[in-house]
Design a protein around this ligand. Structure first.
Ligand SMILES: NC(=O)c1ccc[n+]([C@@H]2O[C@H](COP(=O)([O-])OP(=O)(O)OC[C@H]3O[C@@H](n4cnc5c(N)ncnc54)[C@H](OP(=O)(O)O)[C@@H]3O)[C@@H](O)[C@H]2O)c1
Length: 301
């Protein structure tokens, strides 16, 4: 029986990955900062990659439990923060032959952003990928880094689910008229499937892949489809950019949508498009088109 160690197993990509591995007969150890109930074929290990003990009772002991599991694992998956995972991996003595880690297309998209925090994120992602590949090379492990575009499908994402929540709260969403940049939303289950498929794909060893969704559509059409999936469907209003900017400034002044910054507004006009051809050829990546339904978003209650 093969053994997997999964970081981020409670997240939107991690959960379907745990199911996929267990369905295939793997024994799975998954790390979480919160205590979680064991299930057949799944053992939760309490631990925090940041090195901060999640509770006094879980300090050093918890860390050594997942370090020990890492030594038995046939494959290690990272579906949580890549920087913390890479730092842990580099200092651990994990000798699993296969490592599959999720990064982000933000490494490309946010490069040169007007926002200092976004540029810092890019620097962290770059450093994390570099650390991971170097540490793996030093111990003869094969790493694949998967970079998704905008993830949806679990009702827990911070992008489309957030838009759906705001739309349901106010009965409407306002967009600038030029929000026509192209997007490729990708379903979390397709990403879990990709991670599973590339375990054995030798051609993917030592490589990074962009994982976009199976359909390319404008930001405006993406939002319109989300709204159409909700019941009752909130309305979409499109206003000239200066009006939108004014509305956003008023919202910020009222303490609303503070993390929706200038860089995010500018990106609504930009095409964020990636090619899935390499992943398709190398491990049969086959993402679905964008067909949202209400269950993919948080309930208004
Ligand atoms: N969401 C997107 O649109 C998007 C887009 C591109 C790339 N990605 C990348 O895809 C990966 C997964 O994203 P996601 O949205 O599926 O994640 P998510 O649902 O937010 O879940 C994050 C996971 O990371 C774990 N985690 C967070 N901090 C941790 C820590 N200090 N120690 C141990 N575990 C920790 C959490 O576990 P516990 O809470 O159980 O501890 C949770 O399972 C990430 O690398 C992300 O950057 C996401």
């Amino acid at each position: 029986m093969k053994t997997a160690l999964v970081f981020g197993g409670s997240g939107q990509i991690g959960m379907p990955l745990l199911d996929r591995l267990r369905d295939d007969g793997w024994r799975v150890y998954a790390v979480s900062r919160a205590p979680r109930a064991e299930q057949p074929g799944l053992v939760w290990l309490p631990g925090d990659l940041s090195g901060e003990p999640p509770g006094a009772a879980m300090s050093g002991g918890a860390l050594s439990r997942f370090d020990a599991s890492a030594r038995q694992a046939d494959a290690i998956f990272s579906c949580g923060p890549l920087d913390l995972f890479a730092q842990w991996y580099a200092r651990s003595d994990a000798d699993a032959p296969r490592v599959i880690a999720f990064g982000s297309t933000s490494i490309e998209v946010k490069r040169g952003s007007a926002d200092a925090e976004e540029r810092a994120l890019v620097a962290r992602l770059r450093e994390a990928e570099r650390t991971l590949f170097e540490a793996a090379a030093a111990r003869g492990a094969a790493v694949t880094v998967l970079r998704p575009t905008l993830v949806y499908g679990s009702a827990r994402d911070r992008n489309l689910s957030r838009i759906a929540q705001v739309a349901q709260r106010f009965g409407r969403i306002v967009l600038p008229r030029d929000a026509r940049g192209l997007r490729q939303p990708v379903h979390a289950h397709d990403l879990a499937d990709a991670a599973f498929r590339c375990i054995e794909a030798e051609v993917a060893f030592g490589r990074t892949y962009a994982l976009p969704g199976g359909e390319t559509l404008s930001y405006r059409d993406m939002v319109a489809r989300v709204l159409a999936a909700l019941e009752p469907p909130p309305r979409l209003y499109e206003v000239p950019s200066p009006v939108f900017n004014l509305m956003l400034a008023l919202a910020h002044a009222a303490g609303i949508a503070l993390d929706f910054n200038e860089a995010a507004v500018a990106r609504m006009r930009s095409d964020l498009v990636f090619d899935a051809a390499d992943a398709q050829r190398d491990f049969g990546y086959a993402p679905r088109g964008f067909h949202p339904v209400a269950a993919m978003f948080p309930s208004p209650d």
